[in-house]
Ligand binder design. Structure first.
Ligand code: 5GP
Length: 180
């Protein structure tokens, strides 16, 4: 696969190879399996971007587990926390469960923090965050993901499920915007 790709009007350069992703996701799955063995955790996958990461992560985590999907829209109201709307309602209940949110990327953390607060109101036994990518430079909220694949600079990225206006999700590697 090329080191430079085009998506709509933008050009992107390879940042993390498919091999590096595969190796790291395997490590994350192994760690989650160790941490949640025998606890039947609920993996709550945030659509759309996390779908490829989740498919690989869950297969790398060979323990008894449950899967559910949510789709979130976030709105920053006048309150600093913003509000989050679930466009796809969860089919699972989180009360008294070990819950792991699976995200593609934590940028400002606004969406995730609002969602986390929403879930905490339903009293999960435990609530963790697993994200493939983390941009700490952009972090505006006090939200520390528990499992992080890669910490990346504050650049716009696509690939491995992440899109630019629906382009680039299929790319096996992670690409960063070149023309900033
Ligand atoms: P946050 O609320 O943490 O600022 O970001 C929420 C969402 O913005 C992420 O779940 C993701 O969908 C999107 N996002 C943030 N940074 C990037 C990026 O670099 N590339 C892409 N494709 N999406 C991003």
């Amino acid at each position: 696969m090329d080191d430079i790709v085009q998506a709509h009007d933008l050009t992107f350069r390879k940042m993390i190879t498919a091999e590096q992703i595969a190796e790291r996701v395997q490590e994350m799955g192994t760690q989650l399996a160790r941490d949640f063995a025998g606890q039947h955790p609920l993996f709550l996958v945030v659509l759309k971007g996390a779908y490829i990461f989740a498919a690989d992560l869950l297969r790398a985590c060979p323990i008894d587990q449950e899967l559910a999907f949510v789709r979130l829209s976030s709105y920053q109201g006048t309150r600093s926390s913003g509000t989050v709307r679930m466009d796809l309602e969860m089919t699972a209940t989180v009360t008294d469960r070990q819950v792991i949110i699976v995200e593609d990327i934590v940028d400002t953390g606004r969406t995730l923090e609002a969602f986390r607060q929403k879930l905490l109101a339903d009293d999960p036994a435990d609530l963790k965050i697993a994200t493939l990518l983390h941009k700490p430079e952009a972090q505006a909220f006090d939200l520390i993901p528990d499992y992080v694949g890669f910490t990346i600079p504050n650049e716009f990225v696509i690939g491995y499920g992440l899109d630019y206006d629906e382009a680039g999700r299929h790319l096996p590697a992670i690409y960063q915007r070149t023309d900033t």
